[in-house]
Each structure stands twice: as structure tokens, then as C-alpha cells.
Design a protein around this ligand. Structure first.
Ligand code: GDP
Length: 509
């Protein structure tokens, strides 16, 4: 335990990154956590991980088919720049402003509803087309049911028209074609339809199922026909949702409002959102304090397909994030803690920079602590390690000559003395009968040409902890067939090493 604790101190390793295995026993980790007091929260969360309920409680639930009721379609308008998307959205929105109560001020919240005279509703997303669409797709969320593809009748199919078609196809969302600017004398809607055939968008008159509506967004011509076509397609799609149960939705826009604090616009996809609901999204949560529609009017309820502005978030969740209702504030805390923890597990380059900064900050304190704990001071231990290393090199030489296959020669590079020592300590405690581990060289700093040459001579593998290998080195290594394995988490490094060792075993073992 002392051994492990010291190793952890040297590295300032976050304990959540360690998992018990044959090298690191659970008891050691627990004891080390107790002694160090560091990252206690993470270690506790780690325990929670075993509680499966914690993981599953933050997912969408499949709907009960018996409870499904029809819902309005959610539409995204895509198309080439300048083909009239904004004009069309403005027009559609204006039809509503006229219909809205006097004094209603339309504000941009990322989406709005169009109420048709027939009583039908359509939700339009007015976040800038492509970017929002891709962002949601990237997160695996999808709120759009129908894409209205705007193509200017005098311009025809352009680059972003093709991209838009691709977006819709990837998301498996059906298209309605709005051939715009038909008021222009040079407009040629038939040409547009023909050009689209080449992109697998086949209009009804060519035997396909894509409805094409000739419109003028500028003059507001034929917009009713466009809305009707949308409703007709929605009927075919049989869009339904369950208005009961825990609320589910997707954030389409978020911002910080001076007065209201973090504010999001969401499209509700399941359940009925009411004031007081507890929601989680990304790594934050909300107790819904206020809700507004696109006219800035306070609403008490939001049902599926309705865009609604939600006030009450602790922090600003990002657009595209999934909203899920939970039963209690305590549950929300648990879910957010869990997600923070899960996020921490995914250590990225940027995270590493933060961790490295933290490591350096704590290094001195830990060094003092470590020296107090160890019988030997750092210099003395280093000398011993050096001696051991020399012997190992000699042994390795002999082995290479005798062609012994069950030896894994490794070179260990670390960012600081402490990390190298800690890794060597863990490696020293590794024992396996079938395959031996030989450290042929170790040191501080990025992987160098010298390391490559050594690795080549010993047929070794280079392990780096929190160090880099520049392009030249990477290329050199690739040319010579040398493996460079860079890690930022000691546990991953050890796991990798164990994999490498088992590769060395004869197939029969
Ligand atoms: P977006 O980039 O796709 O959002 O395109 P905009 O809505 O900004 O429109 C680009 C230009 O085309 C603007 O000058 C609009 O006034 C004009 N425009 C849009 N729709 C029509 C239309 O139906 N007829 C005509 N003549 N011009 C239009």
C-alpha cells in the first residue's frame, strides 16, 4: 500500500483513473484514497458506477404505443445561401404575428409555431440551417421531421443545395421542395426539378414522392400551399408522441439572459413540461421556473413538438443537448455528478493541459510528502533505479542474443522524474512467469531519436507518460517498425503493457 500510495503521490494521479486489477488491488486503491484524501469524490462516484441504476436512469424511455397521440411536425428549412431561407421564415412568422394578440412581440427563440386555419400546427426551427442540423446530428439527437429545401428558381441547384440534400438523407428526413423566387421573370422551376433528379430528389411529376411547391417568399405567394404540403406529409409520417411520463426534449438554442440567467429553447419530444419540473441536460440541471413561447408570453405547459423557452437552469447547457426529466433535485445532482465523472473519464488533449498544470502545481507539496514517507530520499532511490536499470540492460543484451522471445523490452519516458519513478515502481511489482518485462531505458522528456535507436536494437516498445513524440520521431518509428505508446493515465499505460506482454506469449498459453 505504501508503494502504491507513493506512486500516486509522485504522479498526482486522479484515483478515478485507476481500476483494480492484478497489478493494483482494490484494497490498495481504497487505502491510497483514504490516505491521500485526493479526488475522494471521484473515488466515491467510481463505487456508484457499479450501481447499474445510476447509468440507466439518465436515458430516454421507449414510449408505450397505447399512449401515443398525434403531434405537429418539426420542420427545418435548408438550402443554398441567398435562395431565400430567411425571407421564407420571416414570412411564415409574420403570418403568425398578424394573427397573434395585439401587443405580442415576436422574438427569436430558435423556433416558432405556425397555426393553420384548419387548426393544424407546424413547428419551424429558425436556427441557422446547416450548422444546427449538423450539431444535432453529431450529438445523435434529431428533432427535425421534415426538411423544406429552398431552391431559387432562377439559380437552380447549387453547392449548399446538394449539401442540404445530403443532410436530409443522412438523417433520413423526407424533403419538401420549395422552389422560391417564382415571381422573377427569369424563374425556371422546371429546370430546378430536372436538376434535382441527378441528386435523387424525384418530384411527384417525375414519378417520385417529393412534393414541389412554387413560391415567392418575398411576396408571400403560395405559402399556404407549402404549409398544406407539410401537413399532408406529416400525416403520412404519422408523427406521434406520448404526452405523459417523464419529459424528454432537445435543446435547440441556449444563451445567458441578463435578467433571466441561463435560458434555453427546447423542443419537447415526450411528456408535458410544467413549472417545477426538474430537468437535466448535459452537465447541468434546472428546476423549471418560467416558460415562454416565441411571443414572449408565459406558458404553463409545453407538449410534444412545442418550442418553449425554459428559465431555471443552473448553467447554460449547449444546443443539441438532450433534456430529460428526473424525479427529484437529488436525482438531478446524482445524474450531473455521474455525467461529470463520465466526462472526466474521457480525457482529451485540452483536459490534459489542465491536468498537467494541476500536476505541476501540486508537485512540490507531493515531493515533500513523499520524501517524508519514504525511507530513502529521492536521489538515493534514483541511484538505485539507475543501477537496476544498468543490470537490466545487460540482461536484455544477453536475451536478445539468445533469441529469447518471451521478453518484452520497454523504454519508459515520462514528463517528470516522479512519474517515471512511479511507473518503474509499478513495473517492478509486475511478475509473470511466461513473459518477462525488461526496462532497457528510462528518462524524462519527449521521445527522442536515441530512444528509437535503442528500441530498434532491443526490439523494444516505447512507453511515454504525458510526453510527446514529434512528427519526425513518429515517422522514424514507423519506418523502423517501432511502437510508440503515449498515455496520460497510468492505468491505461499498464493495461497497454499487459496487452503487449500477452502478445509475446506463445499461442498455446
Ligand atoms: P438566405 O440566405 O437563404 O436566408 O436568403 P435570404 O432570405 O436572405 O434572401 C436572399 C435575397 O433574396 C434577399 O435579397 C431577398 O429579398 C431575396 N428573395 C428571397 N425570396 C425572394 C423571392 O421570393 N423573390 C425575390 N424576387 N427575391 C427573393
Amino acid at each position: 500500500i505504501d508503494h502504491v500510495y507513493k506512486a500516486l503521490l509522485c504522479l498526482d494521479i486522479d484515483l478515478y483513473s485507476l481500476e483494480p486489477d492484478s497489478v493494483l488491488e482494490e484494497a490498495w486503491i481504497k487505502e491510497a484514497v483514504k490516505r491521500s484524501g485526493m479526488n475522494y469524490k471521484w473515488a466515491k462516484l467510481k463505487e456508484k458506477e457499479k450501481d447499474k441504476e445510476n447509468k440507466d436512469a439518465v436515458k430516454r424511455c421507449p414510449a408505450d404505443p397505447a399512449l401515443l397521440t398525434p403531434r405537429p411536425p418539426v420542420v427545418t428549412i435548408l438550402g443554398h445561401v441567398d435562395h431565400g431561407k430567411t425571407t421564407l421564415l420571416d414570412r411564415l412568422r409574420k403570418t403568425q404575428v398578424a394573427a397573434a394578440e395585439a401587443g405580442g412581440i415576436t422574438q427569436h427563440i430558435g423556433a416558432f409555431i405556425v397555426h393553420l386555419p384548419s387548426g393544424e400546427k407546424i413547428t419551424f426551427l429558425d436556427t441557422p440551417g446547416h450548422a444546427a442540423f449538423s450539431a444535432m446530428r453529431a450529438r445523435g439527437t434529431q428533432v427535425t421531421d421534415i426538411v423544406i429545401l429552398v431552391v431559387a428558381a432562377e439559380d437552380g441547384v447549387m453547392k449548399q443545395t446538394i449539401e442540404s440534400i445530403q443532410h436530409a438523407k443522412n438523417a433520413q428526413v423526407p424533403i419538401i421542395l420549395a422552389i422560391n423566387k417564382c415571381d422573377k421573370p427569369e424563374a425556371d422551376p422546371e429546370r430546378v426539378k430536372k436538376e434535382l433528379l441527378a441528386h435523387d430528389v424525384v418530384c411527384e411529376e417525375y414519378g417520385g414522392d417529393v412534393q414541389a411547391i412554387h413560391i415567392s417568399a418575398l411576396k408571400g405567394e403560395n405559402l399556404v400551399a407549402l404549409s398544406e404540403a407539410t401537413v399532408a406529409l406529416a400525416e403520412v409520417l404519422e408523427l406521434k408522441a406520448d404526452t405523459t411520463g417523464l419529459v424528454e426534449g432537445t435543446i435547440i438554442e441556449s444563451r445567458t439572459d441578463k435578467g433571466k440567467g441561463p435560458v434555453t429553447t427546447a423542443i419537447i419530444q415526450r411528456g408535458t413540461l410544467r413549472k417545477g419540473c426538474i430537468l437535466v441536460a448535459g452537465q447541468t440541471w434546472a428546476r423549471v421556473r418560467l416558460m415562454f413561447d416565441e411571443n414572449g408570453k408565459a406558458v404553463d405547459e409545453a407538449t410534444p413538438s412545442m418550442p418553449v423557452e425554459i428559465v431555471g437552469w443552473k448553467e447554460v447547457p449547449s444546443a443539441g443537448a438532450e433534456i430529460l426529466e428526473v424525479e427529484s433535485e437529488q436525482r438531478a445532482h446524482e445524474v450531473v455528478d455521474w455525467r461529470n465523472y463520465a466526462e472526466q473519464q474521457k480525457i482529451t488533449k485540452e483536459d490534459m493541459e489542465v491536468i498537467e498544470a494541476k500536476q505541476k502545481e501540486h508537485q512540490e507539496a507531493h515531493r515533500r510528502e513523499r520524501d517524508k514517507l519514504g525511507n530513502l530520499n529521492w536521489r538515493a532511490r534514483k541511484t538505485i533505479l539507475y543501477e537496476t536499470n544498468k543490470k537490466t540492460v545487460q540482461r536484455s543484451n544477453q536475451r536478445v542474443e539468445s533469441g529469447d522471445k518471451n521478453v518484452l523490452s520497454v523504454i519508459v519516458k515520462g514528463d517528470v522524474d516522479g512519474s517515471v519513478e512511479a511507473i518503474l515502481n509499478v513495473l517492478n511489482s509486475y511478475t509473470a512467469d511466461e513473459c518477462e518485462l525488461d526496462v532497457i531505458h528510462f528518462g524524462v522528456g519527449d521521445v527522442s531519436e536515441n530512444d528509437i535507436n535503442l528500441a530498434e536494437a532491443f526490439k523494444g516498445v516505447i512507453y511515454g507518460f504525458s510526453v510527446n513524440a514529434n512528427t519526425f520521431i513518429q515517422q522514424l518509428a514507423a519506418k523502423k517498425g517501432i511502437k510508440i505508446k503515449l498515455h496520460n493515465i497510468i492505468y491505461h499505460l499498464i493495461e497497454d503493457l499487459k496487452d503487449e506482454l500477452s502478445n509475446k506469449l506463445p499461442p498455446s498459453v
